[in-house]
Design a protein around this ligand. Structure first.
Ligand SMILES: Cc1cc2nc3c(=O)[nH]c(=O)nc-3n(C[C@H](O)[C@H](O)[C@H](O)COP(=O)(O)OP(=O)(O)OC[C@H]3O[C@@H](n4cnc5c(N)ncnc54)[C@H](O)[C@@H]3O)c2cc1C
Length: 195
């Protein structure tokens, strides 16, 4: 789980950017880094950053699971959410995938009737079905999120210029195509019978 992104929070605003491009370890230096990066943005961002004292900046590393787990369950225990597939935040999908996990897990575990799957004395829920329903999809989303993190974390000026021009042109010339990129994520429905 490489901690390659910093996550700085001040008054509810969260900024994350590649760790390699900023100094670490000293909170005051990171408050300065926030000013350097975002001080030229539109209001109210510079004003908010300017009023925060350095010791009110929270700094957290962002971790993700780079090597997928072989399964999301073992025996009667299942993992879901970040415990199963922590991903970079660049597609805004970590919590969404956790919710999908929960829906599939509830469906695989059965309705919870006395003596039913997953209840005391009942048969074990079919957690292999849960793993197989979630593994490929969460991997697809995590991989996409990682690719997005690479795009947004570029540091070479020519590469950034190329990326920005490409995204601007694609948004202008083929906006529908841009939006369709998200179809595989947005079109999810509960598998009819994950059990
Ligand atoms: C900067 C950033 C932006 C993000 N933006 C989005 C977004 O726009 N959309 C989106 O869907 N996702 C987003 N995410 C991801 C999302 O926050 C996570 O994927 C989600 O919170 C995972 O939920 P979880 O319940 O699996 O884990 P967590 O939210 O980490 O919950 C785990 C909980 O368990 C508690 N805990 C840990 N150990 C113990 C213990 N031993 N005993 C008791 N409690 C314990 C922790 O304190 C925590 O409260 C973002 C993440 C980051 C870092």
């Amino acid at each position: 789980m490489p901690p390659s992104f910093l996550d700085l929070t001040l008054r509810g605003i969260t900024a994350h950017y590649p760790r390699r491009s900023c100094r670490t370890g000293v909170i005051a230096a990171q408050a300065g880094e926030l000013k350097r990066r975002f001080g030229g943005w539109n209001d109210p961002i510079p004003g908010l950053i300017g009023t925060v004292s350095p010791d009110h900046v929270l700094h957290d590393d962002v971790y993700w699971i780079a090597d997928p787990l072989p399964a999301y369950h073992r025996g009667r225990v299942a993992l879901l959410g970040d415990a199963a597939h922590a991903m970079t935040p660049h597609l805004g999908q970590g919590a969404c995938q956790a919710i999908e996990d929960a829906v599939v897990l509830a469906s695989a575990a059965g309705p919870g009737t006395p003596g039913g799957p997953g209840t005391p004395g009942g048969p074990a829920p079919d957690l292999a079905a849960y793993t197989s329903a979630r593994m490929r999809r969460t991997r697809m989303v995590a991989d996409g999120s990682y690719r997005a993190s690479r795009l947004s974390g570029m540091t070479s000026r020519p590469a950034i210029a190329l990326r920005n021009t490409g995204v601007r042109l694609a948004g202008r010339l083929a906006p529908a195509l841009m939006i369709r990129q998200l179809d595989p994520i947005a079109s999810w429905t509960l598998p009819i019978n994950p059990r």
